[in-house]
Design a protein around this ligand. Structure first.
Ligand code: GLY
Length: 402
């Protein structure tokens, strides 16, 4: 009996050792490739900042870059002075990652300027669940890199504000307060998994324990009602506001209620990986692997860049690939499974080459992103969130490519 245990112990450790070697065994070629890509990001960031300075030489921090259309070469800006654009945290987040990689103090200064323009959101009634995206990308990255106590206080206040969307009857955050009537109840969208990080972080950093409980309840309820038996996700789950009963599932940005919206599944992969990262609850790791498998098995070809919906073969959505690449690097670290890192590398190689790299044509990092196809919005664009997860993935990769 003892011999069996010893053999099993040795085998497990041997597999772990092999996985660790594979995780760190990237070649010099990969190292040069990663350096080139980080430099490319830095060049594009400087181009963007110069574009924002324009002739006046002064940046208006109340306006933030959101997208560049297929026939355009300059950023379209959105207001950061109102909370109704969910993407206003991504550009500050890009600046934080570029600062982390370049150590350029000018970029640090601009990261602070764009971030601090968003602080007001922590103290006003919440607009919707995207407060999490906005604050995580801007303030949480800023706090991670500077340990600025003021940033921590903003994050804690923002978490309490986000928590006002929690409905204890349902056990999830309401995603879109403005759409309760349209959907006929308490709506929760898959994207909302991403915003739970703000609650988990706050609970670990001086905020109320109940913020963690809300995040766990949201993730568990979503696990129960937001997926098909094959672990593909619906975009929207609707619940009765008063009784909390699950009513139905549908889509908002996918091709149909019955199909798989690529970025929705990307949010699920990233979201459950993040849940495991914070809580170390094995059920989240198990689920992250299952939703990842459902996504990987359906990818159309070797580029590993999905069409915007898995039922379609018209437009690709590079943003889903950026989100998944970043998540898979973390999933690889958490599991010791090299194949996740390997897949992420393939995705990032595709995103860093034609036709996905913007290069000289535009100051963004990647192109061929789909925002909201059914609404005819941002089809085949460059969009700030794709760039954010692209540079996050490259930054995460630094730990594995020496
Ligand atoms: N969270 C909105 C989207 O993914 O388009």
């Amino acid at each position: 009996m003892t011999a069996i245990y010893i053999t099993r112990y040795m085998r497990q450790n041997f597999l772990l050792a092999v996985a660790l070697v594979l995780l760190t065994a990237c070649t010099d070629t990969e190292s040069a490739w990663l350096r080139e890509n980080l430099t490319y990001c830095d060049v594009q960031v400087h181009r963007t900042l110069n574009e924002l300075r324009g002739d006046s030489g002064r940046i208006d921090y109340s306006m933030t870059p959101r997208n560049i259309g297929p026939d355009e070469s300059a950023w379209n800006l959105v207001s950061a002075a109102t909370p109704d654009d969910w993407t206003i945290g991504f550009f500050p987040g890009i600046l934080w990652y570029d600062y982390e990689n370049s150590q350029d103090t000018m970029v640090l200064r601009e990261a602070r300027n764009f971030t601090e323009r968003l602080g007001y959101l922590a103290h006003r009634p919440v607009f919707d669940h995207d407060l999490g995206f906005i604050m995580i990308c801007s303030y949480l990255n800023g706090y991670r890199l500077t340990k600025d106590e003021g940033y921590k206080q903003v994050l804690l206040a923002a978490a309490d504000t986000l928590a006002t969307l929690y409905n204890p009857q349902v056990g999830t955050l309401l995603s879109w307060p403005r759409n309760v009537q349209m959907f006929g109840g308490h709506n929760t969208i898959m994207d909302n998994m991403m915003n739970l990080e703000l609650l988990l972080w706050a609970a670990e950093n001086g905020g109320s324990e109940r913020l963690r409980d809300m995040a766990v309840s949201h993730a568990d309820t979503t696990m129960a009602y937001h997926f098909r038996p094959d672990f593909t996700s619906y975009h929207v789950a609707v619940y009765d506001t008063l009784s909390g009963r699950h009513l139905y599932n549908c889509t908002h940005q996918g091709a149909a209620d019955s199909t798989l919206w690529a970025r929705g599944q990307a949010w699920a992969i990233y979201g459950y990986t993040m849940m495991y990262d914070y809580t170390r609850e094995p059920r989240y790791l198990d689920f992250a692997k299952k939703v990842t498998e459902a996504y990987l098995q359906r990818l159309p070809d070797d580029s590993l860049i999905p069409f915007w919906d898995f039922s379609r073969n018209d437009e690709r959505d590079a943003s889903a690939a950026c989100v998944v690449a970043s998540a898979l690097i973390r999933l690889s670290e958490l599991t010791g499974e090299a194949r996740y890192l390997d897949r992420a590398m393939t995705m990032l190689h595709s995103l860093s080459a034609e036709p996905y790299r913007c290069g000289d044509a535009k100051p963004a990092f990647v192109q061929h992103v789909v925002g909201n196809y059914p609404a005819g919005g941002e089809i085949d664009y460059s969009i700030n969130y794709a760039d954010y997860y692209y540079i996050e993935a490259l930054t995460r990769l630094k730990a594995h490519v020496k």
